[in-house]
Design a protein around this ligand. Structure first.
Ligand SMILES: NC(=O)c1ccc[n+]([C@@H]2O[C@H](COP(=O)([O-])OP(=O)(O)OC[C@H]3O[C@@H](n4cnc5c(N)ncnc54)[C@H](OP(=O)(O)O)[C@@H]3O)[C@@H](O)[C@H]2O)c1
Length: 389
């Protein structure tokens, strides 16, 4: 085959792809939050491979199929209508929950928004900015009586509409420390809110969700998939939650209930980015540690972890729309994704986690997130001091 002809053929393919993408961008008809850089780079690599190894008709057909797949993925998602559908969103005092409740209300959903504090700033804000369709419900997920009250309310107030969706968004973490330094009670609290609370609520609502063939969208975390340093209590509870939802996804498939997980990157929400909150947590942690443990690690070790975490907060993203769009897609897309990864850098992080050796994974997470200094008992200066004494 003539090399010139080959160049023309592949060039025409790229021109058709670029034209089609430009047309869609001009019509604002590209899917929300779908990055194109990586797929385009992969397509370019595949095309080079096809050119080098395959005869023109076969190589061109393969590259065209890949370009078609890319265009299909970049297409806007077909969403079901929102009007008349009822949905419960938990943890709407702040952050993703509040932004999602507001967005779903504006789309025409009948929103039940649960908050910890009915008189708090978040609840006031929702009252002020949302339609009369939105109902605020008080619920602490660690209190079974609160969960039962919400279940009763939803059952009696969705007679005419049924319940289409549950968004398990509420979540909790107040500990940044090695697993050994994190008190057992902190692991329990994380499990109570993030795992048992969501489990009890989801089980309670399943009869309604099953009869509607509805949706469950749960906000978990990449910290439940990877061993982020100093996030053991939170990460373990999110790992349990992700696995539970994956199991529900498989078991509820015959009932027509679709289950999605949203695994966001790092966003500025609630107390997650408040240095004063984290400084207070650090002080309380140091005060609660047994002397022997504090001696082994050193107070400066805990200080340094906290300093690095507060530094890390600076990369948190303020625009929550990618997460809100993922939750909305999970509720309304004809074929929702099993997992959504809104946020920057998650593709690279998951690639390293899945395909590279353990020591590279650990180094990456330390470099990206928190890289603790050596505990006091392992430092040379400590050995020298004990030798002299
Ligand atoms: N922000 C991130 O970067 C990020 C990343 C990955 C995953 N996530 C997850 O995203 C979800 C939403 O968090 P967010 O970032 O939007 O933070 P947020 O603003 O703190 O929202 C968490 C919500 O859960 C509520 N909550 C806490 N404890 C509760 C309890 N016992 N019962 C009921 N509700 C409770 C909070 O109420 P108060 O405001 O009154 O405390 C708040 O409304 C969480 O599941 C979180 O783990 C967040």
């Amino acid at each position: 085959m003539e090399p010139g002809m080959e160049r023309w053929a592949y060039g025409a393919l790229w021109a058709a792809l670029a034209g089609s993408l430009a047309l869609r961008a001009a019509r604002r008809a590209l899917g929300p939050g779908r990055g194109l850089v990586l797929p385009l780079a992969l397509l370019a690599a595949l095309q080079s491979l096809c050119r080098a190894c395959l005869p023109l008709p076969l190589g061109l057909a393969l590259a065209a199929a890949a370009a078609g797949l890319l265009l299909w993925r970049a297409a806007p998602r077909r969403l079901l209508p929102a009007a008349g559908r009822a949905v419960l969103v938990t943890g709407c005092d702040s952050g993703f929950g509040q932004a999602t409740a507001r967005h779903l209300d504006a789309m025409g959903f009948q929103v039940f928004a649960s908050v910890l504090d009915l008189q708090g700033h978040g609840a006031q804000e929702l009252r002020r900015s949302c339609s009369s369709r939105l109902t605020l419900l008080q619920m602490d997920l660690t209190k079974p009586e609160d969960i039962q009250r919400v279940l009763q309310h939803i059952q009696t107030h969705t007679n005419s509409t049924g319940l289409w969706g549950l968004v398990n968004n509420a979540g909790f973490n107040d500990t940044i420390a090695d697993a050994e330094l994190s008190p057992l009670g902190k692991f329990r609290t994380c499990m109570e809110v993030n795992f048992f609370g969501s489990l009890e609520l989801t089980k309670g609502l399943l009869p309604l969700l099953r009869s509607a063939g509805g949706r469950i969208v749960t906000v978990s975390s990449p910290a439940g998939d990877m061993p982020f340093p100093c996030l053991a209590a939170y990460g373990a509870s999110k790992a349990a939650l992700s696995l539970l939802m994956d199991t529900f996804r498989s078991e509820l498939q015959p009932w027509g209930v679709k289950v999605s997980l949203v695994l966001p990157g790092y966003y500025k929400t609630g107390t997650t980015c408040d240095p004063a909150f984290w400084n207070l947590q650090k002080k309380q942690l140091v005060a609660s540690l047994p002397q022997e443990l504090l001696q082994a690690y050193g107070e400066d070790y805990v200080e340094e972890i906290n300093r690095q975490f507060i530094q890390f907060m600076k990369v948190a993203v303020e625009d929550l729309s990618a997460v809100v769009n993922s939750i909305t897609d999970g509720l309304l897309a004809a074929n929702p994704a099993v997992r959504y990864y809104p946020g920057q850098g998650l593709g690279l992080m998951y690639f390293i986690h899945r395909y590279l050796p353990y020591f590279v994974r650990d180094l990456f997470l330390k470099g990206f997130f928190i890289n603790p200094k050596l505990p006091r008992a392992l430092r040379q200066e400590h050995h020298d001091a004990t030798k002299k004494a």
